[in-house]
Design a protein. Structure first.
Ligand code: ZN
Length: 388
């Protein structure tokens, strides 16, 4: 299969016209060229990278019956929205289901080259999270438990060693020891769904936690204005937060403050999207509860009064960050690509440079809306794109 070619477009960061050549799936050169009408206001950027995708267009990664074929369908749909690498994210569930799910994902990696190309690892969000209402969000409470290294190793074995990120709540019994063990195994530890105190967050960072999962969410609706889990995570320069900038999970002013406090190199975007993306608005059952999907993409669990994941693609967050913060296109895209590779230690992707994998998106920006026109993964153009 030919994985060579070239594209000409406006560089997403500099705005200057560039020609990018690639061969054998790798970028070989990026050179400036004269401006011409043919470029047509099309930008080129590295493919987007998402460390938290729960499912896509009807395929739920946490469904133990989802096999290679369905996982591949999700990968294809995710790419069409401009995401070229991601972590399938598995939330709290029963032990048997988690083992089955990770076996399925590992098998899909082994059997399908395209899945292998875009799945950069797995993210286990839970089950070792806060059992307090409000903090566990919509995770099924009956399966939330204390960390067990032996149990986790069964998941890692089922996953053939591909669990790269774990979201854990540091204040629960055994969590600090668990965090240390993960870090020694080079697993990225993210603090999330937590009601930890400032000192507990500090200790988790001392033990090697480096990310905060969807900061500002996975938190009770009513909290102490001083002593809450958000301030110490915002204040800690060693923690890189992921944020869901879909316009529902955080207010515009929260997105702006989080981005300004952390700076454009130390914060990442995630979609936290569920399989409801692309589905018709209406009433559904999710994780055993009734939920409502609105036309604007909001997914709400009215009984728990919490959001039940997101349904808008990562590119929506890129436009929103520009709109809410004044960040440039380059800075906003970096939050959803380059910064994710740094935070999640994904090598060889996320930059328009020679030697990087030729994962490229070509797109229009109009009214902060990224409209993806072409997606190239590993040097090969895939069928294109959605309009919004
Ligand atoms: Zn969550």
């Amino acid at each position: 299969m030919d994985r060579s070619g070239e594209v000409s477009a406006l560089h997403y960061d500099t705005g200057k016209p560039v020609k990018i050549k690639f061969s054998d799936g790798l970028i070989s050169s990026v050179e400036e060229i004269p401006m011409s009408d043919e470029l047509n206001d099309i930008f080129v950027a590295p493919g987007l990278i998402d460390n938290q995708i729960n499912g896509y267009r009807g395929v739920d990664f946490s469904d133990p019956s989802a096999g290679t074929l369905r996982i591949r369908m999700a990968v294809d749909a995710i790419r069409k929205d401009g995401v070229t690498s991601f972590f399938p994210t598995i939330i709290t569930g029963s032990h048997d289901n988690l083992v089955r799910i990770f076996r399925n994902l590992a098998r899909a990696l082994q059997d399908d080259e395209e899945v292998r190309t875009s799945v950069a690892g797995f993210h286990l969000e839970g089950p070792y999270i806060s059992p307090e209402a409000g903090y566990y969000g919509c995770h099924p409470a009956e399966f939330i438990r204390k960390p067990s290294w032996d149990e986790f190793m069964q998941y890692q074995d089922a996953a053939a060693g591909n669990i790269r990120q774990v979201t854990v709540s540091p204040e629960i019994e055994g969590a600090m020891d668990f965090i240390g063990r993960c870090v020694r195994q080079k697993i990225i530890v993210s603090i999330g769904h937590t009601n930890a105190s400032a000192s507990q967050i500090l200790e988790a960072v001392d033990r090697g936690a480096r990310l905060s999962t969807h900061l500002g969410n996975g938190c009770a609706n009513l909290i102490d204005r001083h002593r809450n889990p958000i301030w110490p995570q915002l204040a800690n320069d060693l923690l890189t937060p992921s944020i869901i900038a879909d316009g529902h999970h955080l207010l515009p002013e929260e997105v702006k403050v989080f981005c300004q406090v952390k700076g454009p190199d130390n914060i990442i975007l995630t979609s936290d999207v569920t399989h409801f993306i692309g589905m018709e608005p209406g009433n559904y059952v999710f994780l055993g509860s009734d939920i409502v999907l609105s036309a604007d993409g909001l997914i709400k669990n009215p009984v728990l009064n919490c959001l039940a994941g997101a349904s808008l693609p990562l590119k929506t967050g890129v436009g929103n960050v520009m709109r809410f913060t004044g960040y440039t296109l380059g800075e906003a895209v970096n939050l959803a690509s380059r910064n994710v590779t740094a935070a999640c230690r994904i090598t060889g992707r996320g930059k328009l440079e020679g030697g990087m994998r030729a994962d490229l998106i070509l797109f229009h920006m109009e009214n902060f809306n990224m409209s993806v026109k072409k997606v190239i993964v590993n040097g090969r153009e895939i069928g294109s794109q959605s309009e919004n």
